[in-house]
Design a protein around this ligand. Structure first.
Ligand code: FE
Length: 339
């Protein structure tokens, strides 16, 4: 009898106590880890009350991890760099469509999926860095020039198998066709000053050190050097200059950092809110500045080094093309031996 009374009393008590709803949260899988991102996440939590659990992974591991977790994946949002990787995520079926009038209004159409499975949130350009004392202004105007005989032994580039070069070649396949893209890759490979080695910053430094006259690099690596206080970096910048290729025709190849909502997102509503937040002015500035990239929205850049590069014409093919042509690009790189 006493037990029964106790149970009834407990049930009565439970019905009277209002249990607070579980705090809202968001599981963010990201391949980006910059200090300004911390502020970005804190501001989101302050504005929405949604707590962010960040799961860091390397660029090439993040997709595989979500795929392996399958239907039970706690992933709500995936963020990575380069369209080639976002495309892999889309192809792996780990992203879901999002319909958001906010995102459709502020993110340019060429930087997002037509079905809303992914959005670009910052933009980078694949630029050329030249030696000021050895390359006359205007001597190098287009990516296509890099394959010409006069550049023999003068070009520095990282491996052709790296996603940045695969995406650049993908853009050339999209605009020039496979045959011309292949002839270009073969020409560049033959013009290399040394076997591909290191990352993009190493190519820039090799130009400054006189090992080659032009380097292919993502813009943010150069902007990082411009913004650096280190004497070595200042010396590299003093000896070099940026060329935005193809300004008289299709524009410079542009790629993105971005992501989307995971297929089995347990906190879908919070995930969409987070993507919309990333497209807001303050978040755009933090996100872009974290890696010295350009915001994708109209918000003016707030980065000294980036501003110093000025405006340029961008190749506005939909970045999805960069994903679509990855396999063809890899086959061409293998064939021409740009390893
Ligand atoms: Fe990078």
């Amino acid at each position: 009898m006493t037990v029964r009374i106790a149970i009834v009393a407990a049930a009565l008590l439970a019905s009277m106590v209002t249990v607070p709803a579980a705090a809202q949260q968001l599981n963010l899988y990201t391949a980006r880890h910059y200090q300004t991102d911390e502020k970005l996440y804190d501001d989101f939590t302050k504005a929405t009350g949604i707590k962010i659990n960040r799961i860091d992974a390397k660029e090439d591991e993040i997709i595989e991890r979500i795929r392996q977790e399958g239907a039970n994946s706690p992933a709500d949002v995936m963020i990575t760099v380069d369209m080639g990787r976002i495309w892999k995520a889309e192809q792996a079926g780990i992203l879901q469509p999002v319909a958001s009038t906010t995102l459709e209004r502020v993110v340019p159409a060429y930087l997002r999926d037509t079905e809303g499975r992914w959005f670009g949130f910052s933009a980078r350009a694949r630029v050329l860095v030249i030696a000021k004392d050895r390359v006359k202004p205007g001597a190098l105007k287009d990516y296509e020039d890099l394959a010409k005989p006069e550049w023999k032994g003068r070009v520095c580039a990282r491996s052709g198998a790296h996603i940045y070069n695969l995406s650049l070649l993908s853009s050339m396949i999209a605009t020039l066709g496979e045959a011309k893209a292949e002839a270009w890759a073969k020409g560049v490979k033959e013009n290399l000053a040394r076997p591909p080695q290191g990352g993009d910053t190493d190519q820039i430094k090799a130009v400054a050190a006189g090992q080659c006259d032009v380097a292919i690099t993502n813009s943010y690596y150069y902007v990082r050097l411009i913004n650096s206080e280190k004497a070595n970096d200042k010396a590299v910048v003093a000896k070099t200059a940026v060329v935005f290729p193809n300004q008289d025709n299709r524009g410079t190849h542009v790629n993105v950092s971005g992501g989307g909502v995971a297929k089995n997102a347990p906190n879908r509503e919070a995930a969409v809110k987070f993507l919309e937040y990333l497209a807001s002015d303050p978040a755009q500035l933090y996100f872009a500045n974290g890696n010295n990239e350009w915001p994708v929205t109209e918000v003016p850049v707030d980065n000294k080094g980036l501003a110093s590069l000025g405006n340029f014409k961008r190749d506005q093919i939909n970045v999805a093309e960069l994903g679509r042509n990855q396999a063809k690009a890899q086959a061409i790189m293998d064939k021409v031996g740009w390893k």
